[in-house]
Structure formats: structure tokens, C-alpha cells
Design a protein around this ligand. Sequence first.
Ligand code: NAD
Length: 362
Amino acid sequence: MSVILSEGNSIFSQLSSFGHQKVVFCSDPETGLRAIIAIHDTTLGPSLGGTRMWAYKTEAEALHDVLRLSRGMTYKASITGLNLGGGKAVIIGDSRNDKSEALMRRYGKFIKNLNGSFITAEDVGTTPRDMEYIRMETEHVTGVPESLGGSGDPSPVTAKGVFMGIKACVKEVYGTDSLAGRTVAVQGIGNVGENLVQLLRQENAKVYISDINEDRLRSVAKKFGAEAVANNSIYDLDVDIYAPCALGATVNSETIEKLKCAIIAGAANNQLADETIHGQLLLEKGIIYAPDYLINAGGLINCYSEIAGFNKNRTMQLAENIYEATRNVLKKSKNENIPTHEAANKIAEQRIADIRRIKATY
Ligand code: NAD
């Protein structure tokens, strides 16, 4: 298959700038399968990452996405202390029209041929049903339904990790990690957000919630005694903590101007519109930002537990470790006066370098 690349941006230059170990292009004209599997780093263990199905406009866009996302998984596994490497896969196509059992199973065979160096899971555009099809061809898939022996819904684990991340930030700012009387604005009360609201209310935090789904907003407010607010007013609230649990890029130049909180800590991926600009801006404003990829690692922890055969209790214990990991990141950020995401990246890189050194002595 041909990969159309922008001028001066060859595949190998991209691979070397991202630091990938291996990239596999999967093509099967009979089923229409066009997929790219990227294995970024396997120092800590087999690479694990979701399979995203997306109607990319160009093959170069798909390649860029899979390289970027797989590298992100390396950092996420490392900072969370898991023995996993980073990988990701993309299937090029419209998930509503281009999917079939045969396509998924053919894709599963490609994963099988990687002999366990890549393990996949659900992501945008793929479903537990797709994971079942992949499982028919290979055991190297996780996040299959509970009925098939899988770990099931990761959202409660993700919410637990976010909750522990919030507590670590609260400890940093207020000297105690008690949430009693603290005010929190949770934006998006979907699968993760609702579980988070429950945990926050159990510790007697005052919780404000917003969502574009008004029915859901009303029912979650009633169920947990939270206060529903209009979606566009969430950034103006005078709260201690802003917890983005809906969309990415909600922390940007416009919202940072408005935010009055001391802490930003939530589940959404890619919360900072621009890591470099907005990470620095938050540091200057004295707002503590819990790196999203660290505190939302519950989904990955859930997958890891499924592979390792851990029970729910052990899984939740691993999510609780996010407290200590966040504390370490905040400490490094403070000591070195660097944005928290940068501190997290450095810790993740250090762990990989340390383990690589140990492995070299085996
Ligand atoms: P979800 O789809 O169940 O919930 C998202 C909620 O946000 C929905 O209720 C939706 O109505 C609401 N929403 C959408 N746009 C909004 C807007 N503009 N303003 C306010 N609310 C809006 O998703 P989820 O599984 O709860 O995940 C939440 C976020 O956390 C996502 O960004 C997801 O990528 C990330 N995340 C989730 C997991 C997990 O385990 N589910 C793991 C890691 C990261």
C-alpha cells in the first residue's frame, strides 16, 4: 500500500522523531482492511493500546495519529507504574459503514502475527463486539465483555483514578486531602463523570455539574445531591477544582482567563489545547494541573488487570496508586518550576531509562 506523505516528511524521519520500534501496515483488499499498528516502546512490557477506527482524510493523517497516540501510551503506562509498553492501531474507514466481522477477524490475524508484542483494546469507533471478533483470532486483546471473562466497563476505575488525582492536588494546595467542604465543578457527567460525582459526594464535597444532556444532568443532580448548572457558565464558577470529564481542549487561552479554580483535574483526554502554551500559562497563574494522561489511566489499569488476572479489588488498588504518582509529579513540577505535564513526562522517561539499564544487565 502507498503512504502519501507531505513533502520532506518521510516515514522514517517520522519514526525516528517519535522513537518508534516498529510500525506494521495491514492491508486486505478482500475485506477492505487498511490498518496501521504502531509499536512505540516495549521496554516495560508488551505494547498495549486501543484500536481506533476513523475515516481519516489521508493516509498521512492516519499515520501521524497512530504514531502520536502510541507514543502517548508509552508515557501513560510508564508513569502509572505498569509493566506495559506503548502501542496503538488505527483502521482507516467509517466505523458505521465499513466494518464487518471478516474485516475485524482479518485484523485480529495481523495482531496474532505480532506474537504478543501488541495487545489491543476498544477505542473510538470500535466496540466490545469488535473485540470479541478479534478474540476469535488472537488472545492478544483486552477489554472484552465481562460475560466473556473480560474486565468490563473501565469507567468506575477511571473515576477512582481521577478522584485520587484530585485528592493529591488538594493535599498540595490545602495541606490536607480531605474533600469535605471543597467545591468541585464536574463538566460532563457521562460514564466517568457520574462515578466521580458519587465519590466526591461521598466525601461531602460540594459538587456542581454540567452536561449537554439535560435529562441526564437533572437525574444525576437528584441522585447525588449535586447542583446542576448551565453548560456555558461552568468556567465562571468560583470553585476550588475544575474537573473536565467531557471533551478535550477545554483548557485554552479563553477559559484560563475565566477560571477561578486552584486545581484542574479531570478525566478528559488532551485537556490543554496547546500543552506548551497552556501548561506554562497555568504554572504562571498558580493553577495546579493534574496531567490528564496520568489521572485518567484507570482504563489502561483495567486492561492491565484483565491480562494479569487481577480481581476488582486489586484493580482499584492500582488506581489508588495514582495518588502517589500525582504527588510525585507535583513535587517535581514545584522543585524544577516546570509545568506538571513536563514533570510527568520526565518521570515516565526516567522509569523507562532505568528499566532499560537493568534489562541490559540480565
Ligand atoms: P461519556 O461519553 O460517557 O460521557 C461524556 C459526557 O460528556 C456525556 O454525558 C456528554 O453528554 C457530555 N458532553 C459532551 N459534550 C459536552 C459539552 N460540550 N459540555 C458538557 N458536557 C458534554 O464518556 P466517558 O467514558 O465518561 O469519558 C469522559 C472523558 O474521559 C472522555 O474525554 C474520555 O475520552 C475520557 N476517558 C474516559 C475513560 C473511560 O474509562 N471511560 C478513560 C480515559 C479517558
